[in-house]
Design a protein around this ligand. Structure first.
Ligand SMILES: *[C@@H]1O[C@H](CO)[C@@H](O)[C@H](O)[C@H]1NC(C)=O
Ligand SMILES: *[C@@H]1O[C@H](CO)[C@@H](O)[C@H](O)[C@H]1NC(C)=O
Ligand SMILES: *[C@@H]1O[C@H](CO)[C@@H](O)[C@H](O)[C@H]1NC(C)=O
Ligand SMILES: *[C@@H]1O[C@H](CO)[C@@H](O)[C@H](O)[C@H]1NC(C)=O
Ligand SMILES: *[C@@H]1O[C@H](CO)[C@@H](O)[C@H](O)[C@H]1NC(C)=O
Ligand SMILES: *[C@@H]1O[C@H](CO)[C@@H](O)[C@H](O)[C@H]1NC(C)=O
Ligand SMILES: *[C@@H]1O[C@H](CO)[C@@H](O)[C@H](O)[C@H]1NC(C)=O
Ligand SMILES: *[C@@H]1O[C@H](CO)[C@@H](O)[C@H](O)[C@H]1NC(C)=O
Ligand SMILES: *[C@@H]1O[C@H](CO)[C@@H](O)[C@H](O)[C@H]1NC(C)=O
Ligand SMILES: *[C@@H]1O[C@H](CO)[C@@H](O)[C@H](O)[C@H]1NC(C)=O
Length: 659
């Protein structure tokens, strides 16, 4: 296959110079100009680079037959039986593998990744907050060491002599500067964190992470994971074959006892923030754990119940396990239908119902398209954006209270976002994957009121639809089309009416691409984060919200493929409580050679989903430093993160702490 998309990406690389401006203190500016001549390389056939930038695409599945081209959505007043519990705008969040937290969040507490801050700020603008777990397999062997024990101002290092297990996770050593970094991020954007307790060794537990997080993060830490996939501990060689739910139950008791006597949780708060059992559906059912009495016994300790579930895995290919390698083209259709989600979640419905009877919230704590990195051409294409959004809405409908999409490093396909390789960060920007769009759109679908309830409208397998109720009334309709059919024959139309009176017009935002196979350049209301290496974390392009006139019925067309979010309250609904519109983060398409955008941290810090276009990012002329060479404008301003673009790209910058 010809590398058309890849060539398009290469063509957009900056040819001229690019610059980085960094403030270190209000009156001191370091200005660096870096001349870079990037080298284009690789073609699809011979692509040997890392998975995160693999340009390979697959064929979209064939057009199915017998799919109705229209259906009716008649929404009565009020919330019908069967709708979900109330959901929050931050329903979908991220799970960042601890071992790559220094690539994703920042280098350390004084050098944060600006694109990451922007990506999170986009979601916070819509949802009020965003939840991120730092953990995964690498949390299990993580050891807190003195900052001085890790060279070069870094916050973690891998001990490569101890690599074991299927996922070949190296033991980690980290300093509490990781936790300071998380705290500093939360001071800028409203990120709430989950961390994990190392669980391989329980006698005694290494509780250092709780001591550090409790002291440094305060109320920004909202949960400690008590064991990660304990039902896999035997398979991975960390427990004897007899290890079962009752053993885990006992270990949890030991944890609480040891924590109480450790002195690391002086006010007892951490002991109330546990979450578990985070089983991976590998031999234990959730009921096996509930039936030990876990939830009643640890009622005071459990802030959330949690499970982890990936639909499938790519471990055979990723780690040469010897098992049969799954062909991505063959499984691609399995990600592009609605029953993929209903079938995946059905086994958990008893548990989400059980959780309600116990007054607990249940999380899908770690998930993605396929474990062991996902599939090339499946996990990193537009189809995955639709998959993630349908999965998110189905989790909400199924009475989960949140789901976190996992992010790894450069060697996985499924990242919601990927920072450039360290040696290329001076001329490359971030790559934003399809699952980031899923999270962004889900934030708008849920809104920031915490009153959203979700109903699956039980439409066609390939054109599912949901109604979203807010404050007790229909507020939005979410419409999918999984089919790729450029002829237009497979476009689908939803005829929407409201029992309380159909409005004269509605506002519609589309998530679009030309094919489910498309890699990069997806648009949400006409804005995009581009292709590989092209994003500074802000949407690019002009936002385009469609207004559809109704005349008794609102006919909403969804192209094949595509997704539409219908705001029943019209354009007013977009600006009132549903989070701020995207123009807050409009790009800086200035004509001069160097563009600058700034974030005022004090604005971001108070951004709560109700911000307007005057908040957040502004082009440099409004807020400080001007263009190339300017060295005076920041005097007396708040500390700011500065992004300076060369031609089409924004070049990576770091937040440097004001001292
Ligand atoms: C939706 O409305 C269009 C236009 O009125 C109509 O042709 C179509 O039959 C309707 N669909 C259904 C399922 O009733
Ligand atoms: C972060 O890294 C930079 C660059 O290596 C270093 O100058 C700075 O001191 C580090 N910050 C901390 C808190 O270690
Ligand atoms: C690295 O891991 C090995 C094997 O687990 C261990 O023996 C060694 O002490 C570790 N080194 C450090 C510096 O932690
Ligand atoms: C950022 O982290 C450093 C630790 O390196 C800390 O001293 C500083 O107070 C933090 N800044 C903010 C704004 O939280
Ligand atoms: C649902 O879960 C509860 C708690 O584990 C259990 O007692 C019950 O048998 C389960 N029901 C079904 C139908 O699995
Ligand atoms: C839908 O996906 C599931 C797996 O996710 C698969 O088993 C099923 O065959 C798919 N259905 C269709 C009609 O493609
Ligand atoms: C979700 O919970 C609500 C409220 O208890 C209930 O009515 C609904 O049936 C549940 N949904 C599912 C899919 O179990
Ligand atoms: C960066 O490092 C990777 C891995 O070592 C290498 O493949 C790549 O060519 C390097 N990039 C540059 C610009 O040197
Ligand atoms: C929504 O709930 C969160 C806690 O989950 C809370 O912090 C936030 O203030 C709530 N927002 C509103 C609008 O009530
Ligand atoms: C969509 O964005 C592009 C790129 O910014 C812009 O040229 C175009 O005018 C926008 N379309 C609409 C309808 O706003």
């Amino acid at each position: 296959m010809l590398p058309t998309l890849f060539l398009a990406v290469v063509a957009l690389l900056p040819r001229a110079q690019a610059s980085i401006t960094v403030y270190t203190a209000p009156n001191q500016i370091i200005f660096t100009t870096i001349g870079v001549t990037p080298t284009a390389s690789a073609s699809t056939g011979s692509y040997t680079g890392v998975q995160a930038y693999n340009p390979t695409t697959l064929n979209p599945p064939p057009v199915p037959t017998g799919v109705p081209t229209s259906f009716n959505v008649d929404l009565e007043e009020g919330v019908p039986a069967g709708a979900s519990i109330e959901q929050t705008g931050d329903f979908l969040g991220f799970s960042v593998e601890m071992s790559v937290s220094n690539q994703v969040l920042g280098k350390n507490s004084t050098q944060l990744q600006v694109p990451f801050l922007n990506l999170m700020a986009n979601i916070v603008q819509r949802a009020g907050s965003v939840r991120i777990r730092v953990g995964g397999n690498s949390q299990e062997s993580a050891t807190l060491v003195e900052a001085a024990d890790i060279p070069d101002g870094r916050i973690l290092q891998k001990n490569l002599t101890g690599v074991t297990g299927t996922t070949q996770t190296p033991p980690l050593e980290y300093s509490n500067d990781l936790i300071y970094m998380m705290s500093n991020i939360s001071n800028l954007v409203n990120v709430k964190w989950f961390l994990g307790i190392p669980w391989f060794v329980t006698d005694p537990f290494n509780l250092a992470i709780i001591g550090a997080a409790d002291a440094i993060l305060g109320d920004k830490i909202i949960g400690y994971q008590a064991a990660n996939e304990p039902d896999l501990y035997f398979a991975h060689g960390h427990r004897p074959s007899t290890y079962g739910p009752f053993d885990y139950f006992g270990e949890f008791s030991d944890l609480i006892t040891q924590l109480a006597s450790s002195g690391l949780d002086p006010d007892g708060r951490a002991a109330t923030l546990m979450l578990g059992p985070s089983i991976a559906d590998s031999g234990w059912t959730p009921e096996d754990v509930w039936n030990t009495g876990y939830v009643d016994t640890y009622n005071a300790n459990l802030a959330f119940l949690a499970v982890e579930k990936y639909p499938t895995d790519n471990c055979a290919a990723a780690f040469n396990t010897g098992a049969t390698i799954i062909d991505p083209q063959t499984v691609f259709p399995d990600f592009l239908n609605h029953s993929a989600h209903t079938a995946l979640l059905e086994p958990y419905l008893n548990s989400t119902s059980f959780a309600q009877t116990k007054g607990k919230k249940m999380l899908m704590f770690e998930t993605n398209t396929a474990s062991c990195g996902g599939f090339g051409g499946v996990s990193d294409v537009f189809g995955a954006a639709l998959w993630g959004l349908d999965y998110g809405l189905q989790m909400a409908y199924s009475n989960f209270s949140g789901g976190l999409f996992h992010a790894g490093g450069q060697n996985v396909f499924y990242n919601p976002f990927t920072s450039p390789p360290t040696n290329e960060s001076s001329f490359h920007q971030w790559s934003v994957g399809p699952l980031y769009y899923s999270v962004l759109v889900m934030a708008e679908a849920m809104g920031a009121t915490n009153t959203s309830r979700v109903l699956d409208l039980q439409q066609n397998e390939f054109t599912p639809a949901y109604a979203i109720y807010e404050n007790g009334q229909p507020a939005r309709v979410a419409l999918f089309n999984y089919i790729t059919d450029p002829t237009g024959t497979s476009d689908v139309t939803a005829n929407i009416t409201l029992g309380s009176g159909t409005p004269t017009s509605v506002a519609v935002k589309y998530l679009s691409a030309t094919s489910v196979s498309q890699k990069g350049y997806y648009t949400w209301a006409n804005q995009t984060f581009g292709g590989f290496f092209e994003s500074d974390g802000r949407p690019m392009g002009t936002e385009d919200v469609q207004t559809v006139q109704c005349d008794g019925t609102c006919q909403i067309k969804v192209p094949a493929p595509g997704f539409a979010l219908v705001f029943l309250g019209g354009t007013n609904a977009l600006t009132e409580s549903k989070g701020a519109p995207s123009e807050t983060y409009s790009t800086t398409k200035l004509t001069k050679s160097v563009n600058t955008a700034t974030i005022n941290p004090s604005v971001l810090a108070t951004s709560n989903g109700h911000g307007g276009s005057a908040d957040g990012l502004k082009v440099n002329n409004e807020l400080g430093s001007t263009s190339h060479g300017s060295a005076n404008a920041a005097a007396g301003l708040q500390p700011m993160m500065l992004l300076v673009t060369g031609s089409a790209l924004v070049v990576g910058a770091m937040l440097v702490r004001r001292s």
